[in-house]
Design a protein around this ligand. Sequence first.
Ligand code: BES
Ligand code: MN
Ligand code: ZN
Length: 507
Amino acid sequence: MDFTFLTASGAAWEADCTLLFLRPGQEPAVVAPALAEAAPWSEISPGRKDFQGKKDERVMLYGHPDIPLPRLLLCGLGEKPEMNDLRAAVAKALRHCRDLRLAALGLSEENLRELAGFFDLSLPALLKEVVFAALAGLYRCEEYRGKPDPALAPDPRRLTLLTTAKRLDDDLLRAARQAEAEAAGVLLARGLVNGPANVITPERLAEEADALALRHGYKLTVRGLEAIEALGMGAFLFVGQGARREPRFIELEYCPAGAEHDEPLILVGKGITFDTGGISLKPPLKMHEMKGDMGGAAAVLGFFAALGRMPDKEAFPRVIGLIPSCENMPGGNAGRPGDVVTTMSGKTVEILNTDAEGRLILCDALAYAQKHYKAKAIVDVATLTGACVVALGDLGAGVFTRDRQLRALVLDAADATGELYWPLPLWKEYDDLLKSDTADFANVGPREGGALNAALFLNRFIEEQTRWVHLDIAGPGYVSKATPLSPVPGGTGTGVRIFCSLARALK
Ligand code: BES
Ligand code: MN
Ligand code: ZN
């Protein structure tokens, strides 16, 4: 779906259906007078009186079929809406219009301006959220069906801002293009997470990175088994050794001209394309969801997809994406509980549970990041622990860092996008819970505080001067129920928008 503008006068406006988002008591003609003038029939339309403005309420008003604005869809926001209520209303309205097979949809600038005032945002910032919600809300996953479902309605072709301005406002256009870029990244990430593990393999993730590098001019290095061995990534190799498919270590770089010597922002994404648990095998119930254990990797690739389409790439710093990717499988060659591995950092780890594999591939990627670069900041993102889901529920992501500024940047980014990210502690007092009888430390601690223990494990590989934040997206990386903005159970693309915002802040 394309986003466009129609400027000048209401007489020039055209759309199969124009959307209006209203709270109880708000009169369409007062909120959007130019629209009421361009669609004068709407005020006397019988449906007009049916609409109360309640949350999730939608009333379609019909005019004459041969006029340029034949329909208005009144969408209720409820009494005290929050931004996520507006996002949800937009997403649902777009799906409603798709079900009706409407091709060209309109938004009223007057309406958006009023909403921007209500939510205390600039008009471009509000438009960005509306366009993002529209695109995210239309997501479907149909590519693995044998033949297309003939009942599926096509996506609307166009979303148009109806404005009386004579000229396009550059800020507005840029905001809309940013939303399109971010949505493209989020949709790519969802597609990768929802793809089955027999298709989305480590090799396939590398191919996706290659396609992005080619399309957007990124630098790419993909390392296979031998190169990973040569780097001494003993923990990463341990996790991958039970699988027939070989691991990949993917390194993707965006470097603006002249920034070759800048300290990069480094994004590290967990890329376990399937997590059986290994020899510490998981129970079968919901095991299929572990095809989503590369949600962190998908977020990193989604970020690079978004960045490549940004209208203002110059606002981004040098960014490096690191993705350690493999399968965690049982088998004759799989690593065992009790095995001791030497990580890239030189520290040894006793594996007490082969299902705590994410931290093992990440610790070597983090060591690599610090050995090869002096980073501005390192952010790792991973579907790391079930314990984080227990703590924050299906939708909440844990934010672990001792760096107050980074924490604030992540939380502000989440706030601006409506994603649920929340700080969890990295208490030093829990550090000795990872002790091992044979190695420097173990890969698991007690069940209690499992998300913290995992974060503290990673923290052992972070050098004193490194600015680092760990994001545990085990909950929102893969949702078992649809949400308004993520209408297909499975991948949500969480992380992509956070990275976009964080990168801008660290330029
Ligand atoms: N990939 C899982 C974590 C996970 C669980 C993600 C549920 C999404 C939903 C991770 O590799 C794992 O298995 N973690 C273990 C750690 C434990 C063995 C210390 C867990 O959370 O049970
Ligand atoms: Mn696991
Ligand atoms: Zn895992």
